[in-house]
Design a protein. Structure first.
Length: 69
């Protein structure tokens, strides 16, 4: 699969996954977003850092190990 086709497919998959809470649980999502907006910026940065690290680790494991083949 060419790199651009893979990239576009991954972006599409992210958009699908990101939209599911809004479709399935709109009221709960609104409440959760309200709570997020009230959190300190430093806490959000820490959550973002850990999400980034987890994503990078998953990408590394998927590309460099045989765990997912």
């Amino acid at each position: 699969m060419p790199a651009m086709k893979l990239l576009v497919s991954l972006i599409g998959l992210v958009l699908i996954l990101e939209s599911l809470p809004y479709i399935a649980f709109p009221e709960a999502t609104r409440s959760w977003l309200r709570q997020l907006s009230e959190m300190e910026s430093s806490v959000l940065r820490i959550f973002g850092f850990f999400a980034l690290a987890a994503g990078l680790l998953l990408c590394y494991l998927a590309q460099r190990t045989s765990w997912f083949s």
